[in-house]
Design a protein around this ligand. Structure first.
Ligand SMILES: Cc1cc2nc3c(=O)[nH]c(=O)nc-3n(C[C@H](O)[C@H](O)[C@H](O)COP(=O)(O)OP(=O)(O)OC[C@H]3O[C@@H](n4cnc5c(N)ncnc54)[C@H](O)[C@@H]3O)c2cc1C
Length: 305
């Protein structure tokens, strides 16, 4: 099995998620070659062949041009699988490449089970297992699902790509999203509310605990979707990525999209009524309790110190 890994860079910087592609290929011992539209100054640490196209020439975002570059490398390397991150870049490019290669495409792969690709469905409440029957497969990987593995090492053997690859889209630049209210990335303590809080009134007890600890409160996506908390408080793949000293997850099950946004926290406490909730695998301490009882008591104790 040979994989072509499509690494990503943004604003001249290699994205760490590129290493998840390597971790994915390593789970089934595949051969790897990599392609990157990026910069010579910011190469992935990788023992293998890297096809590099200069982002200055080909544009950081130019699906037509990038597709052509990937297809040129695919023609040369004949990979069985082309692997993208499930990012705005990957989910835009992957179907274009799959169509051109007449390959099966599986989006947002979160795992491998018995050789099948595992994909979350129904807001990650179920997992679908699929396998492809075409000669080639194009996949996108869910952020955080495969991790970065061991500390990346190695020096790639670089082959510069010089194809004539114009496109119909001109990338004009980025417009940073406004971070309204709080920047969770700067908080040393975050107490987050999950669906387990049950109703919007209970956000106040999460906010109180965060305040008592001198921190900020965050939320999982269902809490934000229900408009119980503002979007800038969402933690996870479609929210903020945080790494505070202390992260307290209250009524949060530990879906991979949430974990991707907080698992680098120094110390994680989870409060959950379910002792088998997946967050328990990531937490340093799992408190099996009803948050409606536990959180106000803890706040009271901290305030009394
Ligand atoms: C493309 C995509 C992107 C996504 N991005 C994000 C993202 O950025 N961030 C994010 O969070 N999610 C994201 N999700 C959603 C994610 O898959 C999960 O659905 C979500 O994280 C679940 O939120 P939750 O843990 O709050 O709720 P649930 O999974 O419903 O978990 C609730 C938990 O509360 C516990 N509980 C219930 N009552 C109590 C109580 N009284 N006391 C204590 N515990 C209690 C339950 O045991 C359970 O473990 C995304 C999904 C998709 C498909």
């Amino acid at each position: 099995m040979k994989t072509l890994l499509v690494a990503e860079s943004r604003q001249g910087k290699l994205l760490n998620a590129s290493y998840e592609l390597i971790a994915f290929a390593d789970t089934f011992g595949a051969d790897k070659v990599m392609i990157l539209v990026g910069s010579e100054d910011n190469l992935p640490k990788f023992d293998g062949r890297l096809y590099l196209a200069d982002a200055g020439t080909f544009g950081e975002y130019n699906p037509d041009a990038h597709k052509k570059l990937i297809l040129d490398v695919a023609a040369k390397e004949a990979p069985d699988m082309v692997v993208f991150c499930h990012s705005s870049y990957g989910w835009d490019l992957a179907p274009r490449v799959a169509f051109a290669l007449q390959a099966a495409q599986v989006s947002e792969v979160a795992g491998i089970h018995d050789g099948n690709l595992v994909v979350p469905v129904c807001n990650a409440k179920l997992r679908r297992q699929v396998r492809t029957t075409s000669a080639r497969t194009v996949v996108t990987l869910q952020a955080g699902a495969f991790g970065i593995g061991t500390e990346p090492v190695g020096l790639p053997e670089v082959q510069m790509l010089t194809a004539d690859a114009a496109g119909n889209i001109v990338f004009e630049g980025y417009e940073p999203a406004e971070i309204g209210g709080v920047d969770l990335g700067k908080a040393e303590v975050i107490v987050s509310a999950g669906r387990g809080i049950g109703k919007p009134e209970h956000i106040a007890m999460i906010a109180d605990l965060a305040k008592a600890l001198g921190g900020e409160y965050g939320a999982s996506r269902p809490v934000v979707d229900a408009e119980w908390a503002e979007h800038h408080r969402q933690v996870g793949t479609t929210g903020q990525t945080v790494a505070p000293k202390l992260y307290i997850a209250c009524g949060i099950s530990g879906a991979v999209q949430h974990l991707a946004g907080m698992k680098k926290s120094e110390f994680i406490v989870a409060v959950n009524t379910d002792k088998d909730a997946p967050i328990g695998d990531e937490a340093d301490v799992l408190v099996v309790a009803d948050l409606k009882q536990f959180v106000p008591l803890l706040t009271e104790r901290i305030q009394a110190l």
